[in-house]
Design a protein around this ligand. Structure first.
Ligand code: AHM
Ligand code: MG
Length: 336
């Protein structure tokens, strides 16, 4: 069987999608190379002095892991030189990352979480890189304004993740389906292994950190209880699966069907949000899940419709199989 690389796949679709210009291919190529470099380091993590924290605390108030920092630097270094971006936003950087003046620019904006789930690194649990790609509204030589960056997720031209797991995989969408590529280490290429992924309409898995149940409001407690007691309420039972690594939990549910939930909880001073970030985490995953036939909401609203007001804004997230996410939406609106 002839095996298709990710770039070949993109070029094959070039006719269908004007988006797949040379610039977009270049952007994706650079990201892929970054992912290979990060994947190499992740796979040797126990052998190198890369486990543990750097001793710093990031913009989110979390301990920065050495591999987080490495992944962030690899992506910034490669992507700023690619000549296709006007700005980047990383989960690890408080402010917008501008492209240094000596490098050419383009009109794409890259938003990314360099190594999500990094609290799991030392235990050899699968982690991932998440990205969303936008275009600035005007193409000019002036530096990009914050309002051009704070775009709702539905404006994404592409989104994806790389999962560093039992194998390394790239899953991405450019708006015409979701495609998965597995890294073949013997040839160093991501090869098409999961064309046109569709998430099952209804799943059998719910994924949530139930350890936080006492911080949830009544509606959220009832919703999670509905999945837990599903054998009684719907005549079918769900399994609880929670890794605590969004890319891994999401990827498993994408393949098997299910719902991932990170609700608002009382640890947030306003009690209105959870841990996950709208731009770096929720919006790219929401674009992917919708392209795969699923759904993503903050409880009530579609994630892709939310206009960000801050770069690192957090959002409650319910994402996965359509029927399961609709159950959540209906229960929240009944409680409202
Ligand atoms: P990170 O971006 O600091 O790695 O945090 C995000 C991760 C997600 O991968 C995961 O879904 C979540 O944190 C788990 O959080 P918790 O440990 O609170 O359940
Ligand atoms: Mg993260």
């Amino acid at each position: 069987m002839r095996q298709v690389t990710v770039v070949e796949h993109l070029l094959l679709r070039q006719k269908e999608r004007p988006l797949a210009s040379g610039r977009f291919t270049r952007l994706l190529n650079e990201l892929i190379l970054s992912a290979k470099i990060i994947g190499r380091e992740v796979s040797r993590a126990g052998l190198l002095d890369v486990l543990g924290g750097t001793g710093e605390v990031n913009v989110q108030g979390e301990m920065v892991q050495k591999l987080d920092d490495f992944a962030n630097r690899v992506i910034i270094r490669r992507m700023e030189r690619a000549g296709v971006l006007c700005a980047m936003v990383s989960e690890e950087n408080a402010d917008v990352i501008e492209i240094p003046r000596q490098f050419p620019t383009g009109d794409y904006i890259l938003i990314f979480d360099p190594l999500d789930g990094s609290a799991n690194i030392d235990a050899n649990v699968s982690i991932g890189t998440i990205f969303g790609i936008y275009r600035r509204s005007s193409f000019n030589d002036e530096s990009v304004s914050i309002s051009e960056i704070l775009q709702k997720g539905s404006n994404q031209v592409a989104a994806g993740y790389i999962i560093y797991g039992s194998s390394t995989m790239l899953v991405y969408t450019a708006g015409s389906g979701v495609h998965g590529f597995t890294l073949d280490p013997s040839v160093g290429e991501f090869l098409l292994s999961h064309p046109d992924i569709k998430i099952p309409e209804q799943g059998k898995i719910y994924s949530v950190n139930e350890g936080y149940a006492s911080y949830w409001d009544t509606a959220t407690q009832k919703i999670v209880e509905t999945f837990r007691n599903s054998h009684a309420s719907h005549g079918r039972s769900y399994s609880l699966r929670y890794i605590g690594s969004l890319v891994s939990d999401f990827h498993r549910n994408l393949i098997y069907g299910g719902i991932f939930m990170y609700p608002a909880d009382a640890r947030d001073p306003k009690k209105t949000t959870g841990k996950l970030r709208l731009m770096c985490e929720a919006a790219p995953m929401a674009f992917i899940v919708e392209q795969a036939g699923g759904m993503a909401i903050d409880g009530i609203r579609r994630i892709l419709d939310i206009e960000p007001t801050e770069l690192h804004q957090r959002v409650p997230l319910f994402i996965g199989s359509k029927a399961d996410v609709e159950t959540v939406q209906k229960m929240y609106s009944d409680f409202a």
